[in-house]
Design a protein around this ligand. Structure first.
Ligand code: ISL
Length: 522
């Protein structure tokens, strides 16, 4: 049994968490001031999104120096203080490792001697598109050659075929571990091996080799780390290989299937209706697929996804019930749950009136491209409002006061007006809040081995409204129910009577609108 099987991770997006100096952008000192809040919530690990020097073309996922802190976020001394403050509270610190690409302002990209650290070609060898719209090959007017960027043109892809690149990255990673960090969340790590001729950039031919080499060179003699790889387009069969402990690659991956069930196959902007059966199908397959080998990560939200209570729940009348139910369902699966800042408050998507209200390069580029291609601006806006990443990036809602208590200046993106009633100050003092529910879910995972390690069985597979599953470990059993509808109902589950001890919610197999329940017996 590994320590992370009973752990819960909390993600902080520093730009939007807490601003200590009034410049309108969150910073490391802002986080330091909120450590007791994290301790109160009870999380085991903090994953910190990028805080490194960066032109901020993609909010820090475009790094120009891997071994420093951007002045907008603070200093290395602040980082050390944050790391010590977390460790003093028994919380581990995992940092973001963004090594598929650097910023175009990284000295490596500017160094003529390091030309082969990136992908340069006299003519584009394929017709790859950037995830942020437009072609993935960019003409550099100075050299007359094209370079590859799967994200923005300010995010050139590193050439991992070059052993010097891999060595430099390993050295950088060891530097952070020596400084005290407890692991890495590896940004789009399954893009690092590419086959340009075959047109492959997901899960390319040398992926396992690169990860095993990294493990041997960086992690071999260290213990207690958390290594999680972000992997769009990963299948469960591939994830078994990536997360099999015997292969020494990663502890777990972030898969994307469940956050694509309301999107078309080729574009996240192609909106599809949410179907509960599709959610069960994907989660069920991942639970089964990683039952005997490997490990799941569990998430609804991160800085790239719209808020789950708005997306799969109800952010109106039943917001509190829906947010709690979504937490219950996710956290009682087998895997390591991730909580994204504000999820524990039931924070919702925000209001965007016009394109001017968006900040994210992905949204802005898509709008420009789609409208130029003839799409109706209103239709494009509709999709941006639902799927836009800025929904996740509005300021953390601390209080009902100005700018949600996030900053004393002007925030870089406005706070959601609903901070007047959705905020941490109110939630912490209300025993019935989403916050206290998440506290309890985290505590339960620490206490009950059946949550951390029990077998998983999906129940009511075809039901369109109720998510149901059981867990079992050494004679201990759990039944978990989530009502994904606004109707009250009575449930029948073979083998369960409703007389079992309620663990979450009241007795009996009846569910109120959007209610989640759990029962326990041994
Ligand atoms: O957001 C997305 C889909 O909703 C993805 O296309 C996203 O860009 C992809 O999951 C990769 O994400 C990661 O790398 C990007 C960065 O913009 C994201 O914030 C990061 O999580 C490039 O570094």
């Amino acid at each position: 049994m590994s320590w992370f099987q009973s752990a819960v991770v909390y993600q902080i997006y520093p730009r939007s968490f807490a601003d200590s100096d009034g410049d309108g952008i969150g910073d490391l000192r802002g986080i330091i001031e909120r450590l007791d809040y994290l301790k109160h919530l009870g999380v085991d690990v903090v994953w910190l999104s990028p805080f490194y020097p960066s032109p901020q073309d993609d909010n820090g996922y475009d790094i120009s120096d891997y071994q420093d802190v951007d002045p907008v976020f603070g200093t290395l001394a602040d980082f050390d203080e944050l790391s010590e403050g977390l460790h003093a509270r028994g919380i581990k610190l995992v940092i973001d490792l963004v090594v598929n690409h650097t910023s175009d302002e990284h000295p490596w990209f500017r160094d003529p001697a390091k030309r082969d650290w990136y992908w340069w070609r006299e003519t584009p060898p394929n017709d790859w598109r950037s995830f942020f719209s437009g072609p993935a090959w960019e003409l550099d007017p100075v050299s007359g050659e094209y370079y590859l960027h799967l994200f923005s043109r300010k995010q050139p892809d590193l050439n991992w075929e070059n052993p010097e690149v891999r060595k430099a990255i390993h050295t950088m990673m060891r530097w952070w571990l020596d400084r005290g960090v407890d692991g890495f969340r590896m940004d789009v790590i399954n893009l690092i091996s590419k086959d340009l001729a075959a047109g492959v950039y997901f899960n390319g031919p040398r992926m396992h080799e690169f990860l095993q080499e990294m493990h041997a060179s960086v992690f071999a003699d260290r213990e207690g780390l958390l290594l999680v790889g972000e992997m769009p387009n990963v299948t469960v069969e591939q994830a078994r290989l990536y997360t099999d402990p015997a292969r020494r690659e990663l502890d777990m991956v972030f898969q994307f299937e469940h956050v694509q069930i309301d999107q078309g196959p080729t574009s996240k902007w192609d909106l599809h209706a949410f179907e509960l059966r599709a959610l069960k199908e994907t989660f069920g397959r991942w639970q089964t697929g990683l039952a005997d080998v490997g490990w799941n990560s569990l998430y609804w939200n991160n800085h790239d996804q719209p808020r789950v209570v708005s997306r799969f729940g109800d952010d109106g009348e039943h917001r509190v019930a829906a947010a709690k139910m979504l937490g219950t369902v996710l956290h009682l699966h087998r895997g390591t749950p991730y909580v994204y800042q504000g999820e524990e408050l039931g924070m919702t998507n925000t209001l965007f009136n016009t394109i001017e209200d968006f900040r994210d390069i992905e949204s802005l580029n898509h709008y420009a491209e789609a409208v130029a291609a003839g799409a109706s601006p209103d239709d494009v806006l509709l999709a941006l409002r639902k799927m836009g990443r800025d929904n996740a990036r509005t300021p953390m809602q601390w209080t009902s006061g100005a700018h949600a208590g996030f900053t004393e200046g002007e925030p870089w993106i406005p706070a959601n007006p609903n901070h007047e009633w959705i905020n941490a100050e109110a939630a912490v003092t209300d025993e019935g809040s989403v916050f206290h529910h998440y506290r309890r879910l985290i505590e339960l995972r620490h206490q009950l081995p059946v949550i951390a390690r029990g077998d998983f069985t999906m129940r009511l597979v075809d039901d369109e409204r109720v998510y149901a599953f059981t867990r079992a470990l050494e004679g201990e059993e759990l039944l978990v129910l989530g009502n994904f509808s606004g109707d009250s109902m009575r449930i029948e589950i073979e083998g369960w009577t409703g007389a079992e001890a309620p663990l979450i919610g009241g007795p009996g197999l009846v569910l109120g609108p959007w209610e989640g329940k759990a029962f326990r017996r041994s």
